[in-house]
Structure formats: structure tokens, C-alpha cells
Design a protein around this ligand. Structure first.
Ligand code: ARG
Length: 511
């Protein structure tokens, strides 16, 4: 049935679609639904029209690409195609709000086209189903949202890098179990989140590759007798490839799962950063800009890190989205079930919520003030330099385990108001344990340096460590990674823009 030219109702007699939709003006009933299933108590329950505003523009693009392809394949005549395409432009101009009532945006747009074109407008839905149509719309819209999210994440990484460069030598306490652990720097801390966001970016880019595939031409799930050109609609819509098996292509929403999972992982990264900043703020280790703070309605002295708490809290939105989506999809049989109409919203909610979080979290960190003196003083709290002292003894040949014991014993002997043992105290314990005076192993100067948080940081210049030189190397790696991801993003945006232009050019040929 590849020769569809003489089936074109614009030049010949109207086919079934024409007969079925003779009267375009039926008030409450749409031309697509006709009298069947038009009303009843479940009407609004069935409808996704309001939610579908999100895919209104996507549906118009999908319709255009499909109609252009139908015309190119002689499935629909040129003239009819031109009328449908003109009607789609008009539908776009009047907007989603002006659509006739319908079960969903696909049906409503089709009705609006038939209202404008007459029965031949019904040829638009030749060789497709709402099943492949909606799958294409979701993918088309989602990829734009994912690109925006990636752009926001890459921008956030750039902001974190600015902080890393500015706070290269700002020593701060590092914690494990929220207990003072070892001194580090603000740069090292912030780079730890850049590196995590780098992986989050990679996960989103990876998901993008599987989002950007063309399900159109699968029809309901079982293909179509019409000679559709699925590569052509892929090209016109900027999809990188064709989702081949028509049953899978219509049914699957795993690209939503993958994306929402990447979004939930990203939200989890942000929640850690947010929690760190909330804790820092409570200790006076960071001073948030007023723009990112809130006050109390009763306690006049308060300046609260509410923005970061909301970033932390929004993780729930993303995790809920992933959970809702997986629960929606679990156990759905092949090929299409109406459950799917409730799948997209979970991904949209997650991605909207977290995109905002990324920008706010990065903005809060980028505009914060890091009180260097307070941080350096706090970096010695709780004998946080202890590991460095043990390292020093181990570097002098004492087995690390023995060095660990010596320092632990010195730590146990500390008075409540003391942060670290002095040279004399360490000496006494060391001589007891090692049988030799401490000076046999380390000189006083080196040991006192190890007790100083700035020196303690400087010692740890292993790859990826907090010493300023090691931090410089990480900044440089991160800069390269940002540049690569920026380019990857620009590349995908260019491809999408090119496809949009191509589609417009093709549509204009029918004017
Ligand atoms: N609004 C529907 C959705 O989002 C479109 C597909 C309807 N298909 C069907 N076979 N009832 O899933």
C-alpha cells in the first residue's frame, strides 16, 4: 500500500475519516470522539488535556513532521498536507487554551485541524496512533528539559570552580560522622561537589542518547500498512535514531525512568551539599548572602539557610517522582495501557523541581562568604591534625598502626579545653611506646608543623588531595571537563535547532 496518492481525499472522495467527522461543529463533542465516549462522569478523569499543555508545542512538531512525511510518501496529497500544515500554524497561534475539549492534546489538536480544514483534516492521523504520537511528544519535550537541566548543572559547576579558585587556601575543618576529622580547604570541599555534578552531567547526557530516538511510525504498536518513512520523521524531529521494534517503541517509558533516576541522583548530590552548608551555617563557618537566607517571623536575630533546606527537601520531589514512575510502569503488559498517561508527570515534576534546586544551591555557595579565620581556628578542633602526626611518624619508619596508637594515647590524655597535645605531651607518650625519644623519629619543627592545620593541609598533596597544588590540578581537570560538557551540550542543541529549522523549511514548502 505504498501508493497512497489516489487515496487522498483532498483530490478524490473523502474516505472513512471524512465520513466519520462530517460536522465539525458539535459543541461538546469533539469531531474525533464523535458521540462515542463523549461524556459521562469519568470524562474529566480520562482527560489529560490540562497536563498536556507541556507537550502542546511538541505535538505540533510531531504533527508537522508526520504530515510532511505523509505527503512525501504520497500517502496524503500535497494540497491536503498544505491545508493541514496551515491549520496547525493557526492552532499554534491560538494556543493550547483555545483547543476544543478533548481527551488529550492529540485529539484536541486533531479536532481543531478538522474544524479548520474540514473532513480532510482527518488525514493527519493516517498511519499513526496516539500511542506512537504521545511517545514521540514526550521524548521531544523531555530532551529540551534535559538539555536545560544539563546547562544549569554545567553552569553550577562553573560557579563552584570560581569558589574553588577563590578559596584555594581557605583551610576548613573536614568531618566524618560529623565529628572533626582532618583539616581540608573550602576549595577541596567544593571540588568534591563539582566532581559529583560531573557524573550527574554524564548520567543526563547518557540518558539523552536513549531519549532522543524516534517512536513515530510504530502506530498503535503493531506497525502500519502505509509506506511510512521513519528515518525521515526522525530527521525532521531531530531524533538521532529510530526506536525500531514498534511494540517496544510505543510502550516503553524506560527513558523516563532513566532520566528521573539521573535527576534523583543529582538531587541526592545536591542534598549533601545543602546539608553541609546548613551545618556550616549553624557553626558560623559560612555566611550566606541575604539573597539566599531567610528570617524568622518572631526571632529578630535569625538568619536561616532556608534555601539550602529547600534544596535538601526537594530531593523528596525527585525520589517521589522516580518511585511514582516505577510504580506506574511496573507490570504493565504490552503494548499500551492508559496508565501511561500518568507516567510523564512524575518525570516533569522531578526535573522542574531539581532544575531550580541546582541553580539555587550553586548560587548560595557562589555568593557565600567563607570566614577564613574562624574556619582555620575550627580546623584544629578535636585534634583534627592527629592523622597528620601519625603520618609523620609513619613516614619516619614507625609502623602506621604503632603511630596510630601513640597519637591515640596522646589524644586520650587531652584536657577538656585542649584541642591537641603539644610537643612535650606527644614526646612523653612516644618515648613510652617506642622506647626512643620522639626526636629520633621527627624533629620538633616538623611535628609542630603537622599540628598546624595549614601545614597539615599542605602535607596532603597526593593526587586529588587538599594541598593547594593538588587542588590546582583538580581545578584544571574540572575546567577541561566543563569545556567538554559545554561542547556536548552545544552539539545537541545545534542538532535540535537544525532539525527545527529543517522542519520549518519543509513545512513552508506547502504554503
Ligand atoms: N493521552 C494518552 C497518553 O498520554 C494518549 C494515548 C492514548 N492512547 C490510547 N490507546 N488510549 O498516554
Amino acid at each position: 500500500m505504498s501508493d497512497g496518492g489516489d487515496r487522498d481525499a483532498s483530490e478524490a472522495d473523502g474516505g472513512d475519516a471524512a465520513d466519520a467527522s462530517g460536522d465539525a461543529d458539535r459543541g461538546d463533542e469533539t469531531v474525533v470522539r464523535r458521540e462515542r465516549f463523549a461524556g459521562g462522569p469519568a470524562r474529566s478523569f480520562l482527560s489529560s488535556l490540562a497536563d498536556d499543555e507541556r507537550i502542546f508545542a511538541a505535538d505540533l512538531a510531531v504533527d508537522r513532521a508526520h504530515v510532511v512525511m505523509l505527503a512525501e510518501q504520497d500517502i496524503v496529497g500535497r494540497e491536503t498536507a498544505g491545508e493541514i500544515l496551515a491549520a496547525l500554524d493557526d492552532v499554534e497561534a491560538t494556543g493550547h487554551g483555545a483547543l476544543p475539549d478533548g481527551e488529550d492534546v492529540h485529539e484536541a489538536i486533531e479536532s481543531a485541524v478538522i474544524e479548520r480544514v474540514g473532513p480532510d483534516g482527518g488525514k493527519m492521523h493516517t498511519a499513526r496512533s496516539r500511542n506512537d504520537e504521545v511517545a514521540a511528544c514526550i521524548r521531544y519535550r523531555l530532551r529540551a528539559d534535559v538539555l536545560d537541566l544539563i546547562e544549569t548543572v554545567v553552569g553550577a559547576r562553573e560557579q563552584l570552580l570560581d569558589v574553588a579558585r577563590a578559596e584555594r587556601e581557605t583551610v576548613m575543618p573536614g568531618y566524618t560522622h560529623l565529628q572533626p576529622a582532618q583539616p581540608t580547604t573550602v576549595a577541596h570541599w567544593v571540588l568534591s561537589y563539582e566532581q559529583a555534578l560531573r557524573r550527574d552531567t554524564a548520567r543526563l547526557l547518557d540518558a539523552y542518547a536513549r531519549i532522543n530516538q524516534n517512536p513515530l511510525g510504530s502506530a498503535a504498536f503493531a506497525g502500519t500498512p502505509f509506506d511510512v518513512d521513519r528515518e525521515r520523521t526522525a530527521e525532521l524531529l531531530g531524533f538521532d535514531s529510530v526506536a525500531e521494534n514498534s511494540m517496544d517503541a510505543s510502550a516503553t517509558r524506560d527513558f523516563l525512568v532513566e532520566t528521573t533516576s539521573a535527576v534523583a541522583t543529582l538531587a541526592t548530590t545536591l542534598s549533601g551539599l545543602a546539608e553541609d552548608v546548613v551545618v556550616m551555617a549553624s557553626k558560623g563557618h559560612v555566611d550566606l548572602h541575604d539573597d539566599y537566607s531567610s528570617t524568622s517571623s518572631i526571632m529578630p536575630q535569625k538568619k536561616n539557610p532556608d534555601t539550602l533546606e529547600l534544596v535538601r527537601g526537594r530531593t523528596g520531589d525527585a525520589v517521589a517522582g522516580l518511585n511514582g514512575l516505577l510504580t506506574n510502569l511496573k507490570g504493565q503488559p504490552r503494548a499500551y495501557n492508559r496508565d501511561l498517561q500518568r507516567a510523564g508527570r512524575h518525570a516533569w515534576d522531578a526535573i522542574d523541581s531539581v532544575t531550580e534546586s541546582v541553580a539555587v544551591a550553586a548560587g548560595a555557595v557562589a555568593t557565600a562568604d567563607w570566614p577564613a579565620e574562624t574556619l582555620e581556628a575550627a580546623a584544629s578542633d578535636g585534634f583534627a591534625t592527629a592523622t597528620g602526626v601519625a603520618d609523620l611518624l609513619a613516614m619516619a619508619g614507625v609502623p602506621f598502626r604503632t603511630a596510630h596508637e601513640v597519637v591515640a594515647e596522646a589524644a586520650a590524655g587531652l584536657e577538656a579545653d585542649e584541642d591537641a597535645p603539644d610537643y612535650a605531651a606527644l614526646s612523653a607518650v612516644a618515648e613510652d611506646a617506642l622506647g626512643d625519644p620522639l626526636s629520633t623519629y621527627v624533629d620538633r619543627e616538623a611535628l609542630e608543623a603537622a599540628l598546624d592545620p595549614v601545614e597539615s593541609v599542605a602535607m596532603r598533596d597526593s593526587r586529588g588531595g587538599p594541598a593547594p597544588d593538588a587542588v590546582d590540578a583538580q581545578v584544571s581537570t574540572a575546567e577541561d571537563a566543563v569545556a567538554i560538557d559545554d561542547e556536548a551540550l552545544a552539539d545537541r542543541r545545534r542538532a535540535v535547532d537544525r532539525a527545527d529549522e529543517r522542519l520549518r523549511t519543509e513545512v513552508d514548502r506547502y504554503a
